[in-house]
Design a protein around this ligand. Structure first.
Ligand code: AP5
Length: 590
C-alpha cells in the first residue's frame, strides 16, 4: 500500500524578647551584645548558622544522589532559593517551627513580631508607634509593617539564601502589597491549632531574655532554676489579649488565604513540635526538589543546540510514543502521557519568553474529524496546563469562544458547545485555584484584565460564515507581551453561509494565524483514505525539530514506533511519503 497522504491533516524557639530585658540597648539598631544574643540586634534576627541549601554538594541530606556526587547543576548559581511563608494563630508554634526550619534549610527568618519587638525595645520612632498596638493585642498599621518587611526582603542574604516570612502578611492589604511587588512564596504553611490550646500556650509562654529561647511552663519547662528565675512574660500574652489577637487573626485569615490558595499547605500544629516539623520538612524538601527540577528542565538558551540537533536530547527523558493509540477510549496512561508531553513543551516555550504559541495534538480522541472525539480529553488537557502555570504563581485565563454571528446565523462549532459550562463545573483541585489563579472567560479583548499573566484559548475556530480571528487579534493586542496559547486552533477560512469563501482581508487573517508558533505538535499518520492501521506519527516539542516515526508490528504481537527522520521545519506530505519510501531527503527541509 502506498503511503500516499496524511489522514485528515488532521528560636529552638530563639526569639527576640527585648521587653523586660535588663540588658536591652536603647540605640535604634544596637550592635549585638558580645556574649548574649540579645534581642534588638538585626543580625540576631537574621539567625546565625547555617548550611545553605544552595550548597548542593557534600553531606547535605537534602541533596539527591546525583547532587552529592556533584553531577547535578549547581543550584548555588542557577537555582532560585526557597521562599516560604508561615502563618497561624497566635501561639500556633510559628516561632518554634521557624527555628527548626532555619536550622535545616538555611533560610533567612524574617518575623514581623521580632522586628517590631526589636524596634520597641530600641525605643525607635517605629517602636514607639507600634508599642501601643502590640500591647493592646492589635495589629500595627500596615504601612509601618510593610515598609519594614519589604526593606528586609531586599537585603542580599534574603535574595541569595531564600526567606522564611513569619507573621506577615497578616491582612489582605499586606498580602496585596507583596503581590504588587511580585513577591510570592513557593509555599504558604498554615499551622492549625484549636483555640483552647492556643490560649493555654500563650498564657504559659515564657521567654528567656538572655538567650531568646521560648519556653512553656508545662510543655517546655526551663532546664534549670537559674533560667526559670529570669524568664519573662510577653505583655500581650494575657488571656484577654490573646483572645483579641485570635479574633483579629480569624477575621483576616480567610482573605489572606485567597491570595495563596494554590500554594497553601495546612499542617496540624497540635502535635509534638518534632512531629509538626517532620511534616514541614518533607513539604519544603519537596518544594525545593521541584524548584531544582524546574531549573534543570529548562536549559538556558545559549546551552541549547540548534533545532536540527535537538532530537537526540529530546529523547533523554522520553520513553517513546505510546502504543495502542487506536484503542478508544484512550487509557488514562496514554492521556497522561500526552498531557505531560504537551505541558513540558509549553512550559519550556513560555519560560523562554515565547508569547504566541499553539499546541496541535491530533490523537484520535482530540481529532474532531473522528467520531471518537472526546471533549473531556480536551478539557483535561487544558486543566493540566492551566493548573501547572497557576502552581507557578501565574494567573491564567482560560477562554472559550462564545457563539458568533447573529440571528439564524448565530452559532458555534458543535464540539465547543457547552465547553464553557464544563470548564466552570470542573474540579480545579483542592486549593480553589479557580476564581483566584485560574479564571474562565471568552475570547475577546474585553476579557484581558490587568492581573492576568497569560491566556489559554481553547480550540478557537472559524465557523461557517464567521471568523474568530478578529476577536483573537483584538485579544492578543490587548494581551501585549503576555503569553497567549492556542490549544488545537482551526483557523482556516471556511465558506460563508452563501457557500462563497470570504476573501476580504484573507491574507491578513492567514498571516495572523501563522504568527503563532508551534510549541507542541502531534499527529498520527494513516495510509491514504483510511484511519487504520496507523502508519506512523509526527511529533514536535519545543524547542526541538519535527520527528517522523514509523509504526511497526513486533513479531511477538505488539507494536512500536521507530524514528525515520527529523526535520527542522514541519515536513510536507511529500517529505513524509519520501521518508516512508526511503527516498533521498529533500535537503530544503533539513
Ligand atoms: P507575633 O510575635 O508574630 O505574634 P503571633 O503571631 O501572635 O505569634 P506568637 O509569637 O504569639 O506565637 P507563635 O505562633 O510564634 O508561637 P510560639 O512558637 O511562640 O506578633 C506579635 C504582635 O506584633 C502582633 O500581635 C501585632 O501587634 C504585631 N504584628 C506582627 N506582625 C504584624 C503584621 N504583619 N501586621 C501588623 N502587626 C503585626 O509558641 C507559643 C507557645 O507554645 C510557646 O510557649 C511554645 O513553647 C509552645 N509551643 C510551640 N509549639 C508547640 C507544640 N507543638 N506543642 C506544645 N507547645 C508548643
Amino acid at each position: 500500500m502506498l503511503p500516499a497522504s496524511l489522514s485528515s491533516l488532521h528560636s529552638t524557639n530563639v526569639r527576640t524578647s527585648p521587653y523586660l530585658s535588663p540588658l536591652s540597648s536603647s540605640s535604634s539598631l544596637p550592635s549585638p551584645s558580645p556574649s548574649l544574643s540579645l534581642a534588638p540586634s538585626f543580625s540576631h534576627l537574621h539567625h546565625r548558622r547555617l548550611v545553605s541549601f544552595n550548597t548542593v554538594r557534600g553531606n547535605n541530606p537534602l541533596a539527591t544522589k546525583a547532587e552529592r556526587r556533584g553531577l547535578s547543576v549547581t543550584c548555588a548559581s542557577t537555582c532560585e532559593p526557597l521562599k516560604v511563608m508561615i502563618s497561624g494563630a497566635p501561639a500556633s508554634g510559628k516561632g518554634t517551627q521557624c527555628e527548626l526550619i532555619v536550622q535545616k534549610f538555611g533560610l533567612v527568618h524574617i518575623s514581623t513580631g521580632d522586628l517590631l519587638r526589636a524596634e520597641v525595645s530600641a525605643g525607635s520612632e517605629i517602636g514607639n508607634k507600634a508599642k501601643e498596638f502590640m500591647n493592646a493585642g492589635q495589629l500595627v498599621p500596615d504601612e509601618i509593617v510593610t515598609a519594614m518587611v519589604t526593606a528586609r526582603l531586599s537585603h542580599e542574604d534574603a535574595k541569595t539564601k531564600g526567606w522564611l516570612l513569619d507573621g506577615y502578611p497578616r491582612s489582605f492589604a499586606q498580602a496585596q502589597s507583596l503581590e504588587n511587588l511580585k513577591i510570592r512564596p513557593d509555599v504558604y504553611v498554615v499551622l492549625d491549632v484549636p483555640d483552647e490550646i492556643l490560649i493555654d500556650r500563650c498564657v504559659g509562654r515564657r521567654l528567656d531574655p538572655e538567650t531568646g529561647k521560648i519556653y512553656h511552663l508545662t510543655n517546655f519547662p526551663p532546664e534549670t532554676e537559674e533560667i526559670k528565675a529570669r524568664l519573662v512574660t510577653r505583655p500581650d500574652d494575657t488571656e484577654e489579649k490573646v483572645k483579641s489577637r485570635l479574633e483579629i487573626y480569624k477575621q483576616n485569615a480567610k482573605a489572606i488565604l485567597s491570595t495563596y490558595s494554590n500554594i497553601t499547605k495546612k499542617i496540624d500544629g497540635n502535635r509534638p513540635k518534632e512531629m509538626v516539623f517532620a511534616d514541614i520538612e518533607s513539604l519544603l524538601s519537596q518544594a525545593k526538589r521541584e524548584k531544582m527540577k524546574k531549573t534543570t528542565a529548562v536549559k538556558p538558551v545559549h546551552e541549547r543546540k540548534s533545532r536540527s540537533n535537538q532530537v537526540s536530547s529530546s529523547q533523554d527523558n522520553w520513553k517513546g510514543i505510546p502504543t495502542r493509540l487506536n484503542n478508544i477510549p484512550h487509557s488514562r496512561e496514554i492521556r497522561n502521557y500526552f498531557y505531560d508531553d504537551v505541558l513540558q513543551a509549553t512550559q519550556r516555550a513560555v519560560n523562554d519568553g515565547r508569547t504566541r504559541l499553539k499546541v496541535e495534538i491530533n490523537i484520535p480522541e482530540l481529532n474532531p474529524e473522528m467520531d471518537v472525539y472526546r471533549i473531556g480529553t480536551l478539557m483535561e488537557l487544558v486543566r493540566v496546563i492551566a493548573l501547572s502555570f497557576a502552581d507557578d504563581g501565574k494567573r491564567v485565563k482560560v477562554c472559550v469562544q462564545g457563539s458568533m454571528g447573529e440571528g439564524a446565523l448565530a452559532g458555534m462549532p458543535l464540539q465547543l458547545a457547552g465547553t464553557r459550562k464544563i470548564l466552570e463545573f470542573m474540579d480545579w483541585g483542592d486549593y480553589g485555584a479557580k476564581g483566584t489563579f485560574v479564571e474562565i472567560g471568552s475570547i475577546g479583548a474585553n476579557e484581558v484584565d490587568e492581573q492576568d499573566d497569560m491566556f489559554i484559548l481553547v480550540a478557537p475556530q472559524n465557523a461557517v460564515g464567521n471568523c474568530i480571528i478578529d476577536d483573537m487579534k483584538a485579544m492578543t493586542d490587548a494581551a501585549g507581551t503576555r503569553p497567549v496559547i492556542l490549544i488545537n486552533p482551526r483557523l482556516k477560512d471556511l465558506p460563508g453561509s452563501s457557500g462563497i469563501m470570504q476573501t476580504m482581508g484573507r491574507d491578513k487573517r492567514l498571516e495572523y494565524a501563522a504568527s503563532f508558533e508551534n510549541c507542541y505538535f502531534f499527529r498520527l499518520l494513516y495510509y491514504a483514505g483510511t484511519q487504520y492501521p496507523i502508519m506512523g506519527a509526527l511529533r514536535m516539542t519545543y524547542p526541538n525539530g519535527y520527528e517522523l516515526y514509523k509504526r511497526v508490528d513486533v513479531p511477538s504481537g505488539g507494536e512500536k514506533y521507530v524514528i525515520l527522520s527529523t526535520f527542522t521545519e514541519k515536513p510536507s506530505s511529500d517529505d513524509i511519503n519520501d521518508a516512508f519510501l526511503g527516498k533521498p531527503r529533500n535537503l530544503g527541509h533539513g
